[in-house]
Design a protein around this ligand. Structure first.
Ligand SMILES: C[S@@+](CC[C@H](N)C(=O)[O-])C[C@H]1O[C@@H](n2cnc3c(N)ncnc32)[C@H](O)[C@@H]1O
Length: 198
């Protein structure tokens, strides 16, 4: 039986799986993963829900001017500002840059800022990375999370869009889990963190 190798996981599959839909998805995922760019932005259907939960977005600490056309935060930090070196406060939306060392640093800073009380509510969008320490730090500090069904269709700085090559999770830090559930329940399964002190 003829076999093909998956460009992402390296496993070999029977060639019959190499359908047109599969090839399209892999092309999209390749563009995303190989772009070596962090400039993939959150789609508006997620940002609308984020605003409904947070009320308003006071701060987007990992961002750029182009992303702000959709995020419309009261304040944002860009790569030039370096959001990791600034204090964060209020209601925060964060979709951290994808490089592993940056995700790690941004997510751990979010947890510290939430625990300090300076960040009063937050929503984090990130990879479903259950083997990473930063992932479990955030999960333990969050009040609830949404395991997103399917793949997010992210928007590129060029204006195009592409499906994320990895599964995604939204974590909520705050007291209003019912509103988080109402807004994001349609996008995936919601789990409450019974142990959280949020
Ligand atoms: C995945 S994008 C998310 C953009 C936007 N927050 C959104 O939700 O659409 C991550 C953004 O973080 C920016 N970034 C990278 N390093 C940064 C840093 N040290 N401080 C602040 N922003 C940074 C990138 O330029 C990029 O715009």
């Amino acid at each position: 039986m003829s076999k093909v190798r998956c460009a992402h996981c390296g496993r070999r599959f029977a060639a019959r799986y190499r359908t047109a839909a599969y090839r399209k998805r892999m092309r999209n995922a390749d563009g995303y993963a190989k772009s070596e760019s962090n400039e993939w932005f959150t789609p508006p259907e997620i940002l609308t829900r984020v605003r409904a939960v947070l009320g308003t977005i006071d701060l987007d600490p990992a961002s750029c001017a182009a992303a702000q056309e959709r995020v419309r935060a009261g304040r944002y930090f860009s790569r030039e500002d370096d959001g990791l070196t600034k204090p964060w406060a209020g209601r925060v939306w964060i979709n951290p840059p994808f490089q592993r060392y940056l995700i790690d640093a941004f997510v751990n800073k979010l947890v510290r800022e939430v625990e300090s009380g300076r960040v009063t509510r937050a929503i984090l969008l990130t990879h479903l990375s259950s083997s990473a320490r930063w992932f479990h730090n955030a999960l333990a500090a969050s009040a609830a999370h949404c395991l997103i069904r399917g793949r997010i269709n992210c928007i590129h700085a060029s204006g195009g869009s592409s499906f994320a090559p990895w599964p995604s999770i939204l974590m909520y830090f705050g007291k209003n889990v019912a509103v988080f559930q109402r807004e994001f329940g349609g996008l995936g399964a919601i789990y409450r963190n019974e142990g959280a002190d949020a």
